[in-house]
Design a protein around this ligand. Sequence first.
Ligand SMILES: NC(=O)c1ccc[n+]([C@@H]2O[C@H](COP(=O)([O-])OP(=O)(O)OC[C@H]3O[C@@H](n4cnc5c(N)ncnc54)[C@H](OP(=O)(O)O)[C@@H]3O)[C@@H](O)[C@H]2O)c1
Length: 220
Amino acid sequence: MTARLNQWSMRPRVIVNCAMSADGKIASRERKQLRISSEEDMARVKELRLSVDAILVGVGTIIADDPHLTVKGRPKEEQPLRIVLDPNGRTPDDARVLNDWAPTVIVTTIDCRKRWQGANVLRTGEGRIGLRSVMANLEANNIKTLMVEGGGETIWSFFEAGLVDEFRVYIGPMVIGGKDAPTPVDGAGFAGTSPTKLRMIGSERLGEGVLLSYEVVRES
Ligand SMILES: NC(=O)c1ccc[n+]([C@@H]2O[C@H](COP(=O)([O-])OP(=O)(O)OC[C@H]3O[C@@H](n4cnc5c(N)ncnc54)[C@H](OP(=O)(O)O)[C@@H]3O)[C@@H](O)[C@H]2O)c1
């Protein structure tokens, strides 16, 4: 497991990873999951999951895709912690992320009283979840590397909070189209001419698609 901490504060290193179509969409306009990754990319994602301490998604992904968020063929002790951001307690009781294949933490607000069998609950923030306090909590629990897998709203919230260290995007050979189809980074977006700047650290053909890897440039 990587033990490199972000330099400017004690928090886990954050790697955002997602797969998008050649026209920049991560699912269909009905928010239906599509197989965008190649076999080679899926193998890479498996390795990446095994190298991090925790995997995080938003509740929108739980509702849309019902993912397991586990690494197939690996025992429970080797699985990364699964984390769901769910301020309003919308994770269904029968969601696959609640199975006993790996530990799970659902992060919600102190106003949300919901409990789930199969998950520990972290209640933090009134009305909204403060990502920085979540990160401090993860750090305190020895989570040194965090992989954020989506969806677009969740990834945006990490970029908006300045918490992303690496951005890895696989571009699959398809066009999905649709102005309402989710993209890797949705949310409100940065205003005006102040985008988050990236430095490319890798590019690799994986099957019929390409993986682009970036690190976030920190403005001092
Ligand atoms: N291709 C890929 O790599 C990939 C990967 C993952 C997902 N997806 C796709 O992405 C789509 C889902 O994306 P999405 O943007 O709709 O949903 P999402 O990002 O998975 O979840 C968004 C929801 O999570 C909660 N949330 C996220 N960040 C939060 C924060 N910082 N603080 C508090 N709450 C937070 C909010 O819940 P509330 O609404 O309750 O406030 C928010 O509406 C699906 O279509 C899925 O198929 C694609």
